[in-house]
Design a protein around this ligand. Structure first.
Ligand SMILES: [Zn+2]
Length: 161
């Protein structure tokens, strides 16, 4: 569903002497916002130890849905960082999903801290409490998630402290 929105790119290092036959340094993707994501060398925006390509990337590209509520929450945070409004809407439960989402391009997301999480592979509901820091402040929220048809969806959230 999402694959066609991402253009797979290869970062080619032609070396100091130039010339043909450059060495592929990293394989990455261009997001809908036009940002280059070097998935091999670049860590995941959600802050997990795995690189983007093994963390939130597969969910963003529609290759593998998030297995847990926390994984979905992390992938949504990364989508905010990458300004991927389509993914945010697709992972939003239809009962609460807005018609459209205008992401403020000026907001710079800095870090995500998951404080507590429930909602595993055998659950149908989950709650994730997190603290997201951006350049204008901190957002602390308890988010509610449901799993339907094997996919987790964000339902809503309340500000927490
Ligand atoms: Zn991630």
């Amino acid at each position: 569903m999402f694959q066609d929105r991402f253009r797979r790119i290869a970062v080619v290092d032609t070396g100091a002497h130039g010339g043909p036959g450059g060495v592929v340094r990293a394989v990455g993707f261009v997001t809908p916002a036009g940002d280059n994501v070097e998935t091999v060398t670049r860590p995941c925006p959600c802050g997990a130890p795995a690189p983007y390509d093994a963390c939130c990337g597969p969910a963003h590209r529609g290759e593998a849905p998030a297995a847990t509520a926390e994984a979905l929450m992390r992938s949504r945070y990364s989508a905010f960082v990458l300004r991927d409004a389509d993914y945010l809407l697709a992972s939003w439960h239809p009962s609460t999903r807005p018609k459209r989402l205008n992401l403020d391009p000026k907001t710079r997301w800095i870090s995500l801290e998951v404080l507590s999480a429930s909602g595993g592979v055998f659950d149908t509901t989950g709650i994730v409490e997190f603290r997201a820091t951006h350049d204008q402040g901190v957002q602390t929220e308890r988010s509610h998630f449901v799993r339907e048809g094997g996919r987790w969806f964000y339902v809503d959230g309340v500000a927490a402290r």
